[in-house]
Write a protein that binds this ligand. Structure first.
Ligand code: NAD
Ligand code: MG
Length: 394
């Protein structure tokens, strides 16, 4: 019996993961469920999946979780805070961790899980952007099995199976849907609203990644993620816009052969790959119908003028050191301010660029130095957000 900890259980990925797990009651069960602050949603999941442990990140919500579990007559043990999350990730209660917390907040528990040698289904891309080298080193040292869940990286992972030596790979290509504003001019983007930005054309996802998809920062974060996961330099990681979101990634080999992975835009496929690998599991996702959308697979280059975030991410990756951590932290702050209606859509790349330009670049030797760069970039971005929202020039 595979015991699975689902971190970010109340979110979009967490929901999909629990759906796949519940399809295989003989082989696996959810033994730990964790969420940020949504106690009622976490309690509902506990009633349904009966885990041994439930964790709420926000300590203020602990009494509500504990009392709710007791009132429901469940034996589930209540916990709160990041330390409890890390301890459960590393401890006996799980073999597998679905790392699906959003943002840099997911790093400590992901690190704890890879250090403990768990099978880690990594959806939390921000932890790789913030501390990719350290995380990959820790995964090797801990002999963890790291399966990328981001659909493009999961696609590459599948295309690389049996690839032999890394030198055989000439290039990988990540596809992007282009988001809700594909084809829009920069001028038209100035007045878009949060509701428009989170209305993704092909994928149903949480609000932060939906905005990242609309700015193309999501693809930028994914280029950095791919660099760490697959050990390729930025010039061998390409991006193609593919509006149907059916081809998730392509891997070119030195002999001219190109392998692609296709499937419906439903994260349960990637999660089933992660839960079952190297076996294949039913995921609930219907088979791909290539005729459904007029039999077309379209591709176009990304518009880096209207969507500068992709180029900012490549620049941060090339700069190295703490630059990706700065990019990620400034972006998290900017996206949060945009979702709150405090700044406009075009201020997101502006804030990220400003942070990259003004933060001294330092080496990324230790976790402490990266977390310090993260904190300083957040402070820098918040000051810029305050100036932009006060000046009305957002
Ligand atoms: P979401 O907003 O739907 O869910 C986020 C989850 O994280 C929630 O359960 C929330 O309670 C929890 N959380 C938030 N802050 C936390 C904290 N400080 N401590 C503990 N838990 C916290 O997000 P999502 O769309 O499910 O995305 C999750 C991660 O997966 C992100 O890193 C995202 O980039 C990545 N991802 C998502 C998709 C997708 O299809 N949704 C695809 C690829 C990658
Ligand atoms: Mg993706």
């Amino acid at each position: 019996m595979q015991r699975v900890a689902v971190f970010g259980a109340t979110g979009s990925i967490g929901t999909s993961a629990l759906d796949v797990i519940a399809r295989h009651p003989q082989a696996m069960r959810a033994s730990v469920l964790a969420a940020g602050r949504q106690v009622e949603a976490l309690l509902a999941l506990c009633r349904r999946h009966r885990p041994e442990h439930a964790v709420i990140a926000d300590p203020a919500a602990y009494p509500a979780l504990r009392d709710g579990l007791r009132a429901a007559g469940l034996a589930t043990e209540a916990h709160a805070g990041d330390a409890a999350l890390a301890a459960l990730a590393a401890g006996e209660a799980c073999d597998t961790v679905v790392a699906a917390i959003v943002g840099a907040a997911g790093l400590p528990s992901t690190l704890a899980a890879v250090r403990a040698g768990k099978r880690v289904l990594l959806a939390n891309k921000e932890s790789l952007v913030l501390a990719g080298e350290l995380l990959m080193q820790a995964a090797r040292a801990g002999e963890a099995t790291l399966v990328p869940i981001d659909s493009e990286h999961n696609a590459v992972f599948q295309c690389l199976a049996g690839a032999g030596e890394a030198a055989a790979v000439a290039r990988i290509t990540l596809t992007a849907s282009g988001g809700p504003f594909r084809g829009w001019s920069r001028a038209a983007l100035a007045s878009v609203t949060p509701a428009q930005a989170v209305a993704h054309p092909t994928w149903a996802m949480g609000p932060k990644i939906s905005v990242d998809s609309a700015t193309l920062m999501n693809k930028g974060l994914e280029v950095i993620e791919a660099h760490h996961l697959f050990g390729l330099p930025p010039e061998r990681i390409a991006v193609l816009v593919h509006p149907q979101s059916l081809v998730h990634a392509l891997v070119d080999y030195v002999d001219g052969s190109c392998l692609a992975q296709l499937g419906r835009p439903d994260m349960r496929t990637a999660l089933a790959v992660g839960l079952g690998w190297p076996r294949r599991l039913a995921s609930g996702v219907p088979l791909l119908d290539l005729l459904a959308q007029g039999g077309r697979l379209d591709f176009e280059p990304p518009d880096t003028e209207a969507f500068p975030c992709l180029a900012l991410a490549y620049a941060a990756l090339r700069a190295g050191g703490a630059a990706p951590a700065v990019l990620n932290a400034a972006n998290e702050e900017a996206v949060s301010a945009f979702l709150q209606g405090r700044i406009g859509f075009l201020s997101i790349p502006d804030i990220v660029r400003h942070a990259l330009d003004h933060m001294p670049s330092h080496a990324a030797g230790s976790l402490e130095s990266l977390l310090e760069a993260d904190a300083r970039a957040r402070a820098h971005a918040r000051a810029r957000i305050a100036a932009l929202s006060a000046g009305g020039s957002a």
